[in-house]
Ligand binder design. Sequence first.
Ligand code: TRP
Length: 469
Amino acid sequence: MASRDQFNSRLGFILASAGSAVGLGNIWKFPFEVGAGGGAAFVMIYLFFAFVLCFPVMVAEIAIGRKTKLNPVGAFKALGFKRWAIVGYMGVAAGFLILSFYNVVAAWAFGYFVQMVLGNFEIGKAFGEFTKDWLTVGSYALIFMGTTAYVVSRGVSNGIEKAAKILMPTLLIFVVGLVIYALNLPNAMEGVKYYLSPDFSKITGEVIYKALGQAFFSLSLGMGALITYGSYVSRKTNIVTAAATITLVDVSIAFLAGLMMFPFVSYMTGGDLVAMKEVSGGAGFIFQVLPSVFQSLGGGLGVVIGAAFFLLLSFAAFTSTISLLEVPTAYMVDEKKIPRKKATWIVAIIIFLIGVPSMLSQGSVDWLTNFVQLPGMDKSIDFMSFVGLVANDTFLPLGGFLISIFTAYVWKKKNFNEEIAIGAENSNGKFLQLYVDIAISYICPLILGVITIVTIFKTYMGIDILGLY
Ligand code: TRP
């Protein structure tokens, strides 16, 4: 058997994993959730969850992957726990589902990049028409998925790692450049003030719950994406410090995204606090509001800044679609023995097709647009939001919960600790190791278990067991 592909370097692994983590979650979702959730108060809760709860789960995923050198399904089997392979299957299924709609939002971002280059700033007002136009969105989605599949089909070191090594530094330059630019706009400081002054009165149970979901999604946890990437990591790499670095990069990019977005909003609203709150707290925020901000910068400059922003968003999404596609692909390669190229294209085509109803659910097909009204909802949601609920809000916390239980009590901490000690011989991460040990046994299963149960009751039965809503 040919030897398994590996990341060439520790840096390559970190960049690819940070690429997986940094995505639409950081630049699209994070700022509007901050806007809706009390500014810095939300940010603080988010940071707390990222480091206290998510980071240990990340270490566990990477350790399982590196120990077994297999995809999530194969990994649980190889450790000798066939029944637990169900967690791996759930992860592969989540990969299919999340990528199916994530690719559609990525297609919006990419489509907006093209519109900015063409100087069509009116697109912000026509966001609804744009997303409804399934043929256009579908074409962009096809390009996005095709490019993703191309990279994944080239393998780990030649595809995924190379792409990350080019895209991540570029992304960082774009982010920093745009932050500096935004901070120098008139009224920028009012926006920063809004972003960085906590409004604790906005912190409800629901907001805390959202912050946790956001941190989990943003770090790509719960579906074995990091088991898969971990399976390509060399035994020389210190897993604990690598995971800490990935977490740090992810939250930093999210933080910087806010530092660019709020000055933009403040500039547009003339520093008006009430208006700022209104425009920043919705899902359509960057697609509906930002184009007119770019327009007001004037023709040439607007094109440059607008195109740069949506290209940045596309790049961020791209390194994430790569990781989402890699999970089912690795499963096909390891478990079904299908050659990588073929496996990648088969999976990509299937996922693209699963995404078609999501594309159609934005206004063009009625029953998909008003797909379902779950108990406790005051109106129906579209197919795309429904897939999001099932995959992001249900599978990921459940997966994370099961992975923590598995690591601490089934695989056992002795084996887990042995694995993370490899590559960490003269490490200064001893304190972190100790923390991970405690967190994975008590903190993570407890909180993630509660979250999973609360979600299932609330989402599917309309029962609010903790009185969060
Ligand atoms: N973390 C990415 C984002 O913030 C999305 C993502 C990529 C993801 N791979 C994942 C989420 C795996 C969950 C699991 O946009």
